[in-house]
Design a binder for this molecule. Structure first.
Ligand code: 7RM
Length: 682
């Protein structure tokens, strides 16, 4: 893969001897601290002398708070003239209107002025020990060349470019090149199938796609260009596909393909940044909802960048010179906010992790921490659960003394995994931050450490709202629950700069999903418990979205595919607790009459279909054939009943009187026993 001249490439693994650490458990000591030293923007806030007051100010004087932070943390071409103009009940969200800026200038140029040779990206390639470092100067050069290339090839302000690439410097430069010329990007996770990619390209109306010839993951080659070829067959809008070379193997080029590295080398290294409004679109990112059609959530320029930068700085306690290691793929919002935009806006050094937690062995993360001297490590509970099963030696082999903060994201982290992460990975000396947020929220909203550096941390709890965030719990009647030690639907009571603005091409769906359920509040779709102390613990989705290995997927999306199988009459898909994946996929399938198919054949066929239409992670772990599904008289499938059967909680089946045919449940219980024996499905 092309890299700018002078780029450092290292191909040897160096082993540093292990040091012994003294375990120190953080306890809840409240310290009075100089707030202005902690957050320079807070210097002018009236009456703010401690962290509690700062948190309070950020919510009650939200406009003053965000105005000060926006002025100081971002570089503006023209200052904004209004801090916010929002009406949550109508889905109207605008921040920093009148302000002009360029996101790529904020992430690159201003840092190149102060420290051109600082490392911006460390690309941790799949091949262990072969990291590549890219400085701010080099990343700006790559971005400018790509910006010029896109402009010359007709990409204009307001267009949307689809990026289908694994984490790598050219992917980041492509995102920033879009931002530079005012185009929106639509990054599609490179694990998605051709059909899933095609659906996202069509919905985004992209005429340009950027990809690589092949991906490399866990030592295996992945034919990404071929996937793009098959996707664009059903995308009439696509006029050009830029192909970067990740491997040496030649790509099979068609008339619409352009070799990206050759093309960008012809371009100038200076590229005039587009002057963007705060509320112009920066990117869209598709995420699963409770219907079969993914939603293209739209994020805009200033508010998103500011929120990503501020959360990156304060949640992880990121300081100048630290190496930040978020191992999420850039195809998810976590990769957008914490591998790319947050760290780069802060002038940080950020790791792009291309591999898997167990390649070449289960020591990969910690060997990487040792070699790259990572200070903040941010990953998903599913990987932690997987690694803890391999034992402590894989961790202890490596020097992790560089680590200062450990982060968790994407799904609830169970106590066992949290404690192992804290005790073994962090040697008991690094705070673990369980960060709750969503594609919709743009950045972390609830987290143990938004402020007080020594605040108490309770294992497995997201705990406290970030600056400017006001969480509330609603009861089933839509009334705000004011007491503690209670559970409800998690909403956020006032807008914040990082929140999504709309769903691409479907503002009504945005309003219906997030604004209608509790007018005046942003509805997250999650349930939460608020403890006696007032800390939040996320209990899980309230809708039909499940979370498999930290990847969000709507059960309706899987059902859609299963129902396309010619033998299948109908189906119901649910999530169930899974040791490693967090949730597994369980499909109940009703076959068409007179169909005779072997279970194994059907399962092979359905797995193939789900893999080609969505992605591998969405494949059912279990398929149970049933005569009929439990339905209400109005024909709605009662997934709650199916969930209880699979969880073996027959006492929890609840009221079955609304069922059309209660005998269906007995059949399903019996069938489930036969499939799983006495064992829980795992
Ligand atoms: C960042 C991300 C969002 C959904 C969200 C939750 C679940 C995320 C946590 C969590 C418990 C957490 N964006 N979720 N973080 N549940 N504790 N710390 O994951 O859009 O892909 O998913 O993920 O259900 O609504 S996402």
């Amino acid at each position: 893969m092309w890299l700018p001249s002078g780029c450092t490439c290292k191909c040897v693994v160096t082993f540093v001897s292990r040091r012994v650490f003294k375990a120190r458990i953080h306890v809840g000591v409240r310290r009075r601290c100089n707030v202005a030293a902690f957050m320079p923007e807070a210097a002018g806030f009236d009456g703010v002398s401690d962290y509690a007051a700062l948190q309070d100010f950020s919510v009650t004087s939200s406009e003053s708070f965000w105005a000060a932070v926006a002025r100081q943390r971002l570089s503006w071409i023209r200052p904004f003239n209004a801090v916010q103009d929002c009406d949550l009940s109508r889905g109207k969200i605008k921040w920093f209107e009148g302000g002009k800026l360029n996101v790529s200038v904020n992430c690159l140029d201003r840092h190149v002025h102060t420290y051109p040779e600082r490392v911006a990206l460390i690309w941790e390639k799949d091949e262990p020990g072969s990291e590549v470092k890219v400085t701010y100067r080099q990343l700006l050069e790559m971005t400018c060349r790509l910006g010029n290339m896109l402009r010359r090839r007709g990409v204009k302000k307001g267009d949307c470019v689809t990026i289908y690439m694994p984490p790598c410097p050219l992917a980041v430069a492509s995102m920033l090149a879009c931002a530079r010329i005012g185009a929106a990007h639509n990054v599609v996770f490179a694990g998605f199938s051709a059909e899933a990619l095609a659906e996202r390209i069509r919905d985004a109306q992209s005429s340009t796609v950027i990809t690589v010839n092949q991906g490399v993951r866990g030592g295996k080659l992945i034919e990404l260009k071929k996937t793009v070829d098959s996707a664009v067959q059903s995308c009439p809008t696509v006029k050009q596909v830029f192909v970067a070379m990740r491997t040496e193997n030649p790509a099979n080029l068609t008339a619409r393909d352009v070799l990206m590295e050759e093309e960008m080398m012809k371009e100038d290294v200076v590229c005039e940044p587009a002057v963007m409004d705060s509320e112009d679109v920066l990117f869209m990112l598709y995420t699963s909802g409770s219907t079969g059609k993914p939603k293209g959530l739209v994020h805009t320029q200033a508010g998103y960048l500011l929120y990503a930068a501020l959360t990156h700085r304060y949640v992880f306690s990121y300081h100048d010179g630290d190496v930040f290691g978020c191992v999420a793929d850039i195809g998810w919002i976590t990769g957008h906010s914490y591998s790319v935009y947050g760290p780069l806006a802060n002038g940080g050094t950020t790791v792009l992790f291309e591999s898997t937690p167990i390649y070449p062995d289960p020591g990969r993360y910690w060997e990487t921490v040792q070699r790259l001297k990572i200070n903040q490590f941010y990953g998903a509970p599913t990987a932690i659960r997987l690694l803890l099963k391999y034992g402590d030696e894989w961790v202890q082999k490596y020097d992790r003394s560089s680590l200062k903060t450990l982060g968790s994201v994407g799904e609830p982290i169970n106590t066992e995994a949290w404690e192992w992460y804290h005790r073994v990975v962090g040697d008991g000396r690094c705070p673990v931050v369980d960060t709750w947020w969503q594609t919709e929220t743009g950045g972390i909203c609830i987290t143990p450490r938004p402020s007080e550096p020594d605040a108490e941390i309770v294992p497995g709890m997201a705990m406290r709202p970030f600056f400017g965030i006001k969480p509330v719990l609603m009861d089933t009647e839509g009334k705000v629950l004011t007491s503690n030690d209670t559970s409800g639907a998690l909403c956020i009571a006032q807008p914040w700069p990082g929140m999504a603005r709309t769903i691409h091409n479907n503002h009504q769906r945005f309003i219906d999903t997030y604004c209608q359920p509790h007018p005046g509040y942003f509805f997250t779709g999650d349930g939460a418990y608020r403890s006696k102390e007032g800390y939040y613990q996320i209990t899980g989705r309230l809708d039909d979205v499940i979370n498999v290995s930290g990847h969000r997927i709507g059960t309706a999306e899987i059902e859609d595919v299963v129902n396309q199988c010619s033998e299948v009459a109908e189906s119901a898909v649910i999530g169930y607790p899974h040791d490693i994946k967090g949730e597994g996929v369980y499909a109940f399938v009703v076959l068409k009459k007179a169909v005779d198919v072997k279970g194994a054949d059907l399962s092979k066929q359905l797995n193939n279909m789900v893999t080609t239409k969505i992605a591998k992670y969405a494949c059912p772990d279990h398929i149970q054939l049933v005569q009929r599904l439990p339905k209400t008289r109005s024909g709605k499938i009662m997934r709650r009943v199916l969930r209880k059967v699979v969880e073996r909680d027959l006492n929890g089946l609840g009221d079955l009187s609304t069922l059309d045919d209660p005998a269906a449940v007995q059949e399903i219980i019996q069938g489930h026993r036969e499939i799983c024996g006495k064992q829980q499905p795992r």
